[in-house]
Design a binder for this molecule. Structure first.
Ligand code: NAD
Ligand code: IPM
Ligand code: MN
Length: 355
């Protein structure tokens, strides 16, 4: 029997509520496809920080390293400053394991009413390819004259040719693989003097390797407007770390709810484990109520299966999500306009997989 070891980090807030539903689905898939998934739990969270002064033990990353994949809920909760909790757990995982691609689908699912008019499933169906290890997310900079009226804060973004080229190639390769012949680059080379003109230069050069793929280069401001006005226009969107972060909440927002959006933090070479997690965070405003939408976490399991080469199983998860959402009598969480619980919706998806 094929066997996979999965590190499970529910993290904070609703991470603890949506994760059991994802594991329910994973177990159903394991039984159906004759694959064994051993999940090893790590309860690292803001609670750990409050108890130990660290988000994870000193050897935390070493303890994750040998797993086939990492399944993560959400990190960050009121009481611990976000830059401390995130730079103590999620961001080191992404960086040390060289998960340089953050792959985030944006898809209008059946049975979900989007806030934009007259859109059907199929109209909104594209991928955000977000650079995940450099760019605007950095600890380069500092504070001077702290606490005085002369205080100055510098925050430097860093774009390497290696890091920029590889994310662009990933985006073009994805477009080729999906048969979606259009890549849009998110830029801001009219306002940002060094990094974005460089980004455009690399985009132009890498695009030469893919002559059959149509390209567009949209400044991030108009790109945001186009996500709302003409989402049909996009197939693959490649963006820097910060622009990609913003676009990958905007996209799901346009499709009706952030609660369904999954992501893969991928090390494409497979040298390190990749991490699969919903796009959303710990949602302190609804945490503890049992009403969070588990689909973002469950779809992340689908992406993980796909990454592990279990393509049919991955597609099965996505089909079950679509089947349940398309059924007007099936449970729906409040973000989808219903009154169901996290568990009701998770169980319905697990049952749909079992047929
Ligand atoms: P958030 O995504 O946690 O919540 C934003 C809004 O979306 C809230 O109203 C919330 O109730 C709603 N929402 C989110 N997920 C939902 C779901 N599954 N079902 C229904 N509604 C859902 O974003 P935030 O409020 O900016 O951040 C809260 C905390 O989470 C912060 O500490 C932040 O840093 C952290 N965060 C972590 C991650 C991550 O671990 N990858 C991602 C985003 C935010
Ligand atoms: C995400 C989150 C993180 C990010 C935060 C919590 C650091 O918003 O996964 O999208 O910006 O990458
Ligand atoms: Mn985000």
């Amino acid at each position: 029997m094929q066997k996979y070891e999965i590190a499970v980090l529910p993290g904070d807030g609703i991470g603890n509520e949506v994760m059991p539903e994802a594991l329910r689905v994973l177990d159903v898939i394991g039984a159906k496809y004759g694959v064994r998934f051993d999940h090893r739990h790590f309860d690292w969270s803001c609670e750990t920080y409050r108890k130990t002064g660290r988000m994870m033990p000193e050897d935390g990353l070493d303890r994750l390293r040998d797993h086939h994949s990492i399944l993560l809920g959400a990190v960050g909760y009121p009481g611990v400053p976000d830059h401390i909790s995130l730079w103590g757990l999620l961001i080191p995982i992404r960086r040390v394991f060289d998960q340089y691609v953050n792959l985030r689908p944006v898809r209008l699912l059946p049975g979900v009413t989007p806030p934009v008019r007259d859109k059907q499933p199929g109209d909104i169906d594209f991928w955000v390819v977000r650079e995940n290890t450099e760019g605007e997310y950095s600890k380069l900079g500092g504070r001077q004259n702290e606490g005085t009226d002369r205080e100055t804060v510098l925050q430097t973004a860093s774009f390497t040719r290696f890091g920029t080229d590889r994310i662009m190639r990933y985006a073009f390769d994805l477009a080729r693989k999906l048969g979606k012949p259009h890549v849009t680059s998110a830029t801001k080379s009219n306002g940002i003097y060094y990094s974005m003109p460089f980004w455009d230069e690399r985009f132009a050069e890498i695009s030469q390797e893919y002559p059959e793929i149509r390209v567009d280069q949209d400044h991030i401001d108009i790109l945001c407007a186009r996500f709302v006005m003409t989402p049909e226009r996009f197939d693959v969107v490649v963006a820097s770390n910060l622009f990609g972060d913003i676009l990958s909440d905007l996209g799901p927002g346009v499709t009706g709810t952030i609660g369904v959006a999954p992501s893969g933090n991928i090390n494409p070479e497979g040298r390190y484990p990749s991490t699969f997690e919903p796009v959303h965070g710990s949602a302190p405003d609804i945490a503890g109520k049992g009403i969070a939408n588990p689909i973002g976490q469950i779809w992340s399991v689908g992406m993980m299966l796909d990454h592990l080469g279990l393509t049919e199983a991955g597609a099965d998860v996505v089909a079950a999500i679509e089947q349940v959402l398309g059924d007007p009598t099936a449970p729906r969480t409040p973000d989808l306009g219903g009154t169901a619980t996290t568990e009701d919706l998770g169980k319905a998806i697990a049952e749909a997989i079992n047929g």
